[in-house]
Design a protein around this ligand. Structure first.
Ligand code: SAH
Ligand code: SF4
Ligand code: F3S
Length: 474
């Protein structure tokens, strides 16, 4: 992809239109869904820029609109259709607009998306993200393109256009081999594909050189990292695990913080916990979805662990890292979930004291086993359970936030608070969003912003809220 830069790219200027400001015009990407999609969008933006596209000032002005879509729940999927409807209408009056649907809805729907929205130029699954330039070349030849076949993901040789200058996502494993009965991810993201540790380290070294300070290693089931790579150690273990990868990348100079997500309780090991405790750049924040507080429901979900195992993981983490933040995902109103079973989820949230929980009511997804079961719950039950759950999550988060009051926390500065330019925004090691005053009077009384994105500063916390903190420089 490196050799198709703006200088060598042929500009296709449709008849009757003058050449655009940049070689190809402007692009707009809207990203739905998880961090995987955010990372893919950043790489696709990098590809577009290397082809000569510039970021548009507004969606309605863009020459190319790309939706990177999510289908985890029905409402996520429906949102895409409403966005698409608006652009399809725009295309009818501006035929030179290029319309792309990427990501998980693209993979799920494939060709049928073209029937639904004939204005589309390109439908591409997540495994094709790194091939965007090749696919657009076909579009430029006048084809309507669908790329959803299973694909060995190309090693990322593009330069991503990242939203942050400080924190970067680094994919380490694509896909998911689990078969949770509610989940559409394995069918849209495909089989697990781990990147080689050398390639991952090289990418991180490059990020450090560009000034990045924090990296988040990404995978849908990051604990599966390496199980598709060959090799056995002399002790008979597999040669590539997440624990080994953490050791492998820990030494990169310039990187101050390392995070990883998402962890799966079935595969989360004591060896990993011990490594996290011993490696000082690995932050004390663990995102470990438990999905339900009831063993029967977990079994119906095919999650492969019990609540007891989950408790043991959390205990071990807190033994080794007492201040660790724990976050999770949970689903309520799974088919057949009784009120008693649902209450066990609430009890577990109370018992563990989560710092953050992403909540959802169960949504039947096409092609997943649970969608065909006859014991689906009513919408009213879903709404009621979700509301009660959300209130509890907020309360426990607030209780967890309280511990920061009066403490001095190390904050990695990310930038100015977009909602208040007088505030700097950053995060604690435990991933709590933290705000503090942007400027301090210098000795001559002139006020000036003295903190750069990427700085590590000590902030005394004097206000706590459920999901964020405020303070003053210590
Ligand atoms: N790989 C991660 C999560 C991926 S999807 C894991 O195993 O935990 C992100 C979250 O969406 C899931 O954790 C789950 O809580 C939620 N989710 C997935 N499918 C869902 C569905 N059909 N209905 C409601 N929530 C769902
Ligand atoms: Fe979905 Fe389960 Fe894979 Fe997570 S581990 S992505 S919930 S199938
Ligand atoms: Fe959504 Fe696809 Fe992520 S379905 S949650 S964007 S893997």
């Amino acid at each position: 992809m490196g050799d198709t830069g703006a200088m060598t790219a042929t500009t296709i200027t449709p008849p009757g239109q003058t050449a655009a400001r940049s070689a190809r015009g402007s692009y707009w990407i809207t990203t739905f869904g998880c961090q995987m999609n955010k990372a893919d969008s950043e790489r696709m933006a990098g590809i577009l820029e290397s082809m000569g596209y510039q970021q548009a000032r507004a969606e309605q002005e863009a020459d190319l609109v790309l939706y990177n879509t999510c289908t985890i729940r029905d409402n996520a999927e429906q949102k895409v259709y409403s966005y698409l409807g608006r652009q399809a209408q725009r295309k009818r009056s501006n035929p030179h607009l290029t319309l792309v649907v990427a990501g998980c809805v693209a993979q799920q729907e494939g060709e049928s998306l073209l029937r639904r929205v004939p204005e589309l130029d390109l439908v591409m699954g997540p495994q094709h993200a790194n091939r965007l330039d090749t696919l657009l070349a076909q579009v430029e030849q006048g084809q309507q393109v669908v790329a959803t076949d299973g694909h060995h993901i190309l090693e990322d040789i593009t330069t991503a256009r990242r939203d942050s200058q400080v924190c970067a996502w680094v994919n380490v494993i694509y896909g998911c081999n689990e078969r949770c009965t509610y989940c559409v991810v394995p069918s849209v993201r495909g089989r697990e594909q781990s990147r080689l540790p050398e390639a991952i380290r090289l990418e991180i070294e490059g990020l450090a050189e560009q000034g990045y300070r924090e990296i988040t290693l990404l995978g849908q089931n990051i604990d599966a990292y390496g199980r598709d790579l060959p090799g056995i150690t002399p002790e008979g273990r597999r040669a590539h695990t997440l624990t080994d990868l953490l050791h492998h990348v820990h030494g990169v100079r310039g990187i101050e913080r390392i995070r990883f997500a998402t962890s799966h309780p079935r595969y989360f090991t004591e060896r990993l916990i011990d490594a996290c405790a011993g490696l000082d750049k690995v932050c004390e924040h663990f995102h470990i979805p438990f999905q339900s507080g009831d063993d029967e429901v977990l079994k119906a979900m095919a999650r492969g662990y019990t609540i007891d195992r989950y408790r043991r993981i959390i205990d071990r983490i807190r033994q080794r890292m007492p201040d660790a933040a724990i976050s999770a995902d949970v689903i309520v109103a799974f088919p057949g979930e009784t009120d008693t079973q649902y209450r066990r989820t609430l009890d577990l949230i109370e018992e563990i004291g989560f710092d953050q929980v992403n909540t959802a009511a169960y949504s039947p997804r096409p092609g997943t086993p649970a969608a065909d079961w006859s014991n689906q719950l009513d919408e009213a039950v879903k709404v009621a359970r979700l509301q009660e759950l959300n209130a509890l999550v907020e309360r426990t988060a607030k209780e967890r936030s309280a511990r920061y009051l009066g403490r001095v926390e190390q904050i990695l500065v990310e930038g100015i608070n977009s909602k208040d330019p007088n505030q700097v925004m950053g995060r604690t090691r435990t991933n709590r969003l933290t705000f503090f005053a942007a400027a301090r009077p210098s000795t001559d009384g002139v006020t000036g912003a003295t903190w750069q994105p990427g700085d590590l500063v000590d902030v005394r916390i004097d206000q706590v809220r459920a999901f964020s903190l405020s303070g003053t420089l210590a």
